[in-house]
Design a protein around this ligand. Structure first.
Ligand SMILES: O=P(O)(O)OC[C@H](O)CO
Length: 393
């Protein structure tokens, strides 16, 4: 038997769905043992990998978020999967948006597993109690502010707030919805100090400084999500990968809408793929690829989509009964699918990993009112340019 160690970022219900996929794979491949280990979120995986690589204690396969693997590809740590992928019928089964996730230059470094866009979730009950009946208008930043303010004014005394502080994926999406980006995916140009980026951060920070979003969700972004799941928040912008969890928590009170268009309708493609370590033995890499390919197969992807709300990545998934049932019975699970026509891949140059790690502190300073947005973002842009130059991109 060949053992493949696999680091991933899925716990709770998403972790159980992954366990099912691993078990199904092992049932058809008794010669391969997948030792799957939950090692934390995407940032934790990056940090664990950075620490493990010099000591040669890394896994054989690893979940890597779609904007954060460039660093490892650039350092030669990830195996070039192009020969496997080119010979794999899977390549033609993947949607275009998913197929290009793992490509840098001419090479393929990860194969998609969980793909997402952000969506706008709302609590129908909370909004109705604030006087917003029917499908709310949450298409622009101003409309969101108005709705969040109504919730605060009506239900604030009960400890209910209008909106969850946007997490980093939503922040990136809101910058795109405002007609900009953080880093241009084509040219690599740093756009952190673009006027439209600043304008989006001004608005996002105002949600917190005006008390429409609780500061708890700034210091720890999962707090905003948890408060939404507990029925204490009116609106949350977050990954479609939270759909099933949100529906389990809120049932029919859950509403799902596309992200705002302010005025651009543009959403980022998120999620992760699986990479294979170049240092693993050849037979282990071969076994790891078998698993990577299976995890993106219609059978596995349909289970994953229905259990989590992540996007279908394989063109043949949606017709399988488990996925078709989810589409028919889970209202709003298709919002991210419908936003794919204006979904865009993001930069994945080596500097993106550093930029994302640093952005959390910048956001915190701005949202907590400790530092003005223009000054913070101008300095952040300069620092990111310097780091990009240091990394040679
Ligand atoms: O939360 P996920 O898995 O949809 O990932 C979202 C992003 O890629 C983070 O930028």
């Amino acid at each position: 038997q060949t053992t493949v160690t696999f680091w991933h970022s899925f716990n709770n219900a998403n972790g159980r769905a992954l366990d099912e996929i691993v078990a199904n794979f092992e049932a058809v491949h008794p010669e391969i043992n997948i030792e799957a280990e939950y090692v934390g979120n995407y940032n934790d995986i990056v940090a664990r990998l950075q620490a493990a690589i010099p000591a040669n204690r890394g896994p054989d396969a690893v979940i890597l978020e779609v904007t954060r693997y460039g660093l490892f590809a650039d350092a030669g740590v990830l195996a070039d999967l192009t020969p496997y992928f080119d010979a794999d019928p899977l390549k033609d089964e993947l949607y275009d948006y998913a197929r290009q996730i793992g490509v840098i230059g001419e090479k393929n470094f990860i194969v998609p597993f969980n793909s997402s866009t952000p969506v706008l979730y709302y609590n129908k009950d909370v909004l109705a109690r604030a006087g917003i009946e029917g499908e709310p208008d949450l298409k622009t930043f101003d409309a969101i502010t108005t709705a969040a303010r109504s919730v605060n004014e009506t239900l604030g005394a009960e400890g209910i707030t209008g909106i969850a502080a946007p997490g980093q994926f939503a922040r990136w999406g809101l910058v795109m919805a405002n007609g900009s980006d953080l880093i241009d995916p084509m040219s690599g140009e740093i756009l952190l100090d673009d006027p439209k980026t600043l304008e989006a951060y001004e608005w996002m920070a105002s949600l917190v400084t005006e008390g429409l979003a609780s500061a708890d969700g700034v210091t720890e972004e999962d707090n905003g999500r948890d408060a939404f799941l507990a029925g204490k928040v009116g609106i949350m912008m977050n990954s479609t990968g939270n759909y099933v969890g949100s529906r389990s928590a809120l049932g029919d009170k859950l509403g799902v809408l596309p992200m705002p268009c302010n005025p651009d309708c543009a959403v980022p493609i998120g999620g992760a793929g699986i990479g294979i370590m170049a240092t693993s033995q050849q037979d282990v890499q071969d076994a790891a690829y078998e698993f990577v390919s299976y995890a993106a197969s219609p059978e596995a992807n349909a289970i994953w989509f229905a259990a989590t709300g992540y996007l279908p990545i394989n063109k043949n998934s949606a017709e399988l009964p488990v996925a078709a049932d989810a589409l028919a019975s889970q209202p709003g699970i298709d919002v991210a699918i419908n936003s794919l026509p204006h979904a865009h891949g993001r930069a994945r140059t080596p500097v993106v990993t550093w930029m994302r790690t640093t952005e959390y502190d910048m956001w915190q300073a701005m949202a907590l009112g400790q530092r003005p947005v223009a000054e913070t973002m101008t300095q952040f842009a300069a620092d990111t340019r310097a780091e990009a130059a240091r990394l040679g991109n």
